[in-house]
Design a protein around this ligand. Sequence first.
Ligand SMILES: [Zn+2]
Ligand SMILES: [Zn+2]
Length: 303
Amino acid sequence: MASKLCLQLCLLLAFITPHLTSARHLHNRKPSPFLFPKHLIGSSKNDSIVEGIHKVKAYLQRYGYLSNENEKKLSTDAFDDDLESAIKSYQKFSNLKVSGVLDRETLQQMSRPRCGVRDTYVSVGQQEHENKNTNIEIGGSHYTFYYNHVTWPAERRHLSYGFIHDFPPQHVDTVRRAFQTWEDNTKFSFFLSPRVQTADILVSFERGEHGDHEPFDGEGGILAHSLGAVDGRVHFDADDRWEGDPMERYDLETLALHEIGHALGLGHSSSSLAIMWAYMYKGFPKTRLTIDDIEGIRALYGS
Ligand SMILES: [Zn+2]
Ligand SMILES: [Zn+2]
């Protein structure tokens, strides 16, 4: 028990130390601009009608906190019980103060660039948002599983990957490093497919609507997404900044690690240190899996 704790502490330190410099830079950076009107700050159920609050509903519905069962309700500016409940779930998953009030920190978090995969999945008629199929909390773990718990079958542990749609050659090694990191920490091994058409995991840059009903949104907002295990598609938004000054671009290796995690069956983690945390910051690379990521993949495939 003691040695396990010591190992976990050592792994945590090993992860944090390389980022201390980056974290300092992050501290000096301007907060991201709000995606939402500033007058929404502080609004709550007491306000009944809040002009523009439907934009927050759309965000919460987009990321799985509000059901789209009643589209009419989603399009109004009524601050109702469902919205308060969804804000609470969002705050809980994002490690914010759980109040149901749309405070500055909550709006700030919603404005941050992120992965397009949903955090949780609210089924029709379910407004409790405690999705027992995807959110688990055991012994302080924060990982979740991708929609429907789809995993690669037991005989598929040696997976191929390929780069399509004129993938920029200068980024190939970066993504390969991300595959290697997962290989080093799991039962999986990965190899570059000799025939790209048949690769298990297809990696590409895409823009706008690109054929999977999950359109990208130009600069900022959604940076990447994956369609999960067995499908295997991993897409980066070509309209985001991936090159140039490390403080001004997104780190592709970080995003690749994250999206490969989805392609293996993981969902988002509520630990901000985890690779599977949904939000990405310029100038703040994460290139190692955390204990939470590793525990998540072991929960899916065994250790
Ligand atoms: Zn994601
Ligand atoms: Zn896509």
